[in-house]
Design a protein around this ligand. Structure first.
Ligand SMILES: C[S@@+](CC[C@H](N)C(=O)[O-])C[C@H]1O[C@@H](n2cnc3c(N)ncnc32)[C@H](O)[C@@H]1O
Ligand code: SF4
Length: 371
């Protein structure tokens, strides 16, 4: 297995950045809560009810400019424009795969690029969104693991990805989004508060009003934060990227396992289940000659039998940075059968968008390599 060194992300000059460096950049108005917006308006001698109107324009209608808030007096729009800005996420690249999957490169206000994917299936329109620029967790099979973590996304940046992918779904397939997975770039549990805030916005009636059960947050496994999800009583689904149910093997491909062992994760997941009654999904890529034997399946069975859980076997999308490949079909079927025979629910998920680099991080890493 060849593992190449980490790449450094070069942050581009922001296309919309403040060019007059003598003035501090304006704050994004979407960083304010409804309450904070009310306080601002009252301090400025305006009526408090304006806050609700503005909030609706910002979230439900997702406007990108104060000028678009057409039911508000011009003076109010000008007041906001002198104190705040709106930093919308924009689409930098869009590629459609032969299988209908759409990969989107999102440009953030500071020039950074993150990725999202629209995955259309028979009964679902799923958006896969990013939570960080890069990732600090260095998983050896993941393209994003070869980038440095640059920064966390803020709630509005995650929300915007959903809104933009929803527009693509409606335009391309005449169907709105039905599901959202936090399985793009980054580790959601290392951007905990912003991820939770974004799910609140997506589910709230002031935002998109989607059911929390339609959202899945995926983690590489940070035990402390999984327990916190339990304490916070979240309603969305949780997926754990397991990929090996043996500490020695998992340490090799997911260094986070050294400080968050399988035992710690199992305890955290039990706690999460006790608190939320939400079933957990285990993500497992069956890598050729690494974790593909019936002994590996037995270890996986032993790990998940303690919890009401299901296993998603994900097809691997090979990346240029490492030499992992999928196990052969036959081995994957035997692996799945071993688990199913013991009562574990197994789904085999085919890779989507192979022809367009749909594995998370692949598009951003290519862009970076061009620079
Ligand atoms: C990119 S991660 C982001 C969420 C979180 N950091 C995590 O690890 O669960 C989402 C899922 O994609 C998987 N993944 C990463 N690289 C992949 C690849 N090249 N092919 C298929 N799945 C991949 C991860 O193992 C994880 O289950
Ligand atoms: S799999 Fe998840 S945690 Fe691991 S490097 Fe990729 S994005 Fe980060």
């Amino acid at each position: 297995m060849i593992i190449k060194p980490k790449l450094h992300i070069k942050v581009k000059e922001a296309p919309t950045a403040e060019t007059d460096h003598s003035k501090p950049p304006l704050k994004d108005i979407r960083k304010l809560s409804l309450e904070e917006l009310k306080v601002f308006f009252v301090e400025q001698g305006e009526k408090a009810f304006r806050a609700k109107q503005v909030y609706e324009w910002l979230w439900k209608k997702s406007v990108t400019d104060f000028e678009q808030m057409t039911n508000l007096p011009v003076s109010l729009r000008m007041l906001m424009a002198t104190h705040f800005t709106i930093n919308p996420v924009t689409i930098a690249q869009e590629q459609i795969s032969k299988d209908g999957t759409v990969k989107v490169g999102f440009r953030l206000y500071d020039g950074n690029l993150v990725e999202g994917v629209l995955i259309p299936t028979e009964d679902r329109m799923t958006a896969c969104i990013s939570s960080q620029v890069g990732c600090s967790l260095t998983c050896k099979f993941c393209a994003t693991g070869y980038m440095e973590r640059v920064r966390n996304l803020d709630p509005a940046e995650m929300y915007d990805q959903v809104v933009l992918i929803d527009r693509i779904a409606r335009l391309t397939y005449q169907m709105p989004l039905t599901n959202i997975v936090y399985m793009g770039m980054g580790e959601p549990m290392l951007n905990y508060a912003n991820v939770l805030k974004s799910t609140e916005l997506i589910t709230s009636s002031e935002g998109l009003g989607m059911a929390a059960k339609r959202i899945t947050v995926s983690t590489a496994g940070i035990a402390k934060m999984i327990k916190k999800l339990g304490d916070d009583g979240v309603k969305f689904n949780l997926a754990l990227s397991l990929h090996a149910a043996n500490d020695v093997k998992r340490n090799q491909i997911m260094p986070i396992n050294e400080s968050n062992t399988l035992e710690a994760l199992r305890d955290a997941l039990k706690y999460f289940y006790q608190k939320t009654k939400n079933k957990v999904t285990f993500e497992y890529i069956v890598f050729n000659n690494f974790n593909d034997t019936l002994k590996d399946a037995e270890e996986l069975y032993r790990f998940c039998k303690h919890l009401p859980a299901k296993v998603n076997i994900i097809e691997y999308n090979p990346i240029a940075e490492a030499e992992f490949t999928n196990a052969e079909e036959d081995k994957i079927s035997k692996f799945a059968k071993y688990l199913e025979d013991r009562g574990i629910v197994v789904n085999i998920r085919r890779s989507r968008g192979k022809d367009i680099d749909a594995a998370c991080g692949q598009l951003a890493i290519k862009e970076r390599n061009k620079e």
